[in-house]
Design a protein around this ligand. Structure first.
Ligand SMILES: [Ca+2]
Length: 247
């Protein structure tokens, strides 16, 4: 029997082609923000709509998230706060992801954006950092932090080695190396739409509908991805955020 064309198309492995389609057809939209409002101040919850900031209250005299003309303009007070701006929202999925429209405004050198998932209830992992995509002017890094550099046992091993001015054992170096993947990447100052998803033990990143990188590591499978997080070291503009839960 010949399948109608539409059925053939639907049976294609959509995830490989375009993860935005995978999220929209297989997932439920659990959160959307287009930032069409003004923030109410500089404090942790003043962005509104359920956003929270782990770093705003360290420097309440500085505005790190400015809602302007439907855009969340993030300018991190990294030096004053002693940390990159960390802005997060509840997510809550095992498989799923985010679609984010963003732009580097070109206000600072080395503008970049780190985004990913955090579970503060995770034991044995520094601050619950699970996994991230990290865009910088020259590379895109996908990283399993949970079973890599944020794992407390590994952190202690590294700190002890550093204190003793010793090299890490080769097997630990090799293990840490496996926990991230760096891909050549070039940022610009145009608007783009990124898609970041986890499916099983895989993390995938696409830009403007085209797959850029994917990486498999056991930490990506952790359930739940409790928070979706932006970590911003300098400046970035966010126009729209959608969070989808597939499973
Ligand atoms: Ca907007």
């Amino acid at each position: 029997m010949r399948l109608p064309l539409l059925a053939c198309l639907l049976s294609l492995p959509l995830a490989a082609a375009d993860d935005a389609v995978w999220l929209q057809t297989k997932g439920a939209l659990v959160f959307h923000d287009a930032f069409e409002r003004e923030e109410t101040g500089n404090r942790a919850k003043d962005i509104g709509n359920g956003w929270n900031s782990a770093t705003a209250d360290r420097v309440p005299q500085i505005k790190q998230a400015d809602l302007d003309a439907g855009i969340m303009k993030i300018a991190s007070a990294t030096k004053e706060a002693g940390h990159a701006a960390h802005i997060h929202h509840e997510a809550g999925f095992a498989d799923g992801g985010v679609i984010v429209r963003f732009k580097f405004p070109g206000l600072n050198k080395a503008e970049g954006l780190q985004l990913g998932f955090v579970d503060r209830e995770l034991k044995g992992v520094h601050a619950g950092h699970m996994c991230y995509a990290i865009m910088s002017p020259t590379s895109l890094v996908l990283k399993d932090s949970m079973t890599g550099e944020m794992n407390l046992a590994l952190r202690k091993q590294r700190a002890d080695a550093a204190a003793a001015k010793q090299k890490l054992p080769a097997e630990v170096e090799a293990l840490l190396k496996k926990k991230s993947l760096s891909t050549p990447f070039k940022t610009d100052t145009d608007w783009h739409v990124l898609t970041l998803v986890t499916e099983g033990d895989e993390l995938r990143f696409s830009l403007d509908g085209k797959p850029v990188a994917k990486h498999r590591s056991e930490g990506y499978a952790h359930d739940p991805k409790r928070w979706f997080s932006f970590l911003v070291g300098s400046t970035v503009w966010i126009d729209d955020v959608k969070i989808y839960k597939v499973r």
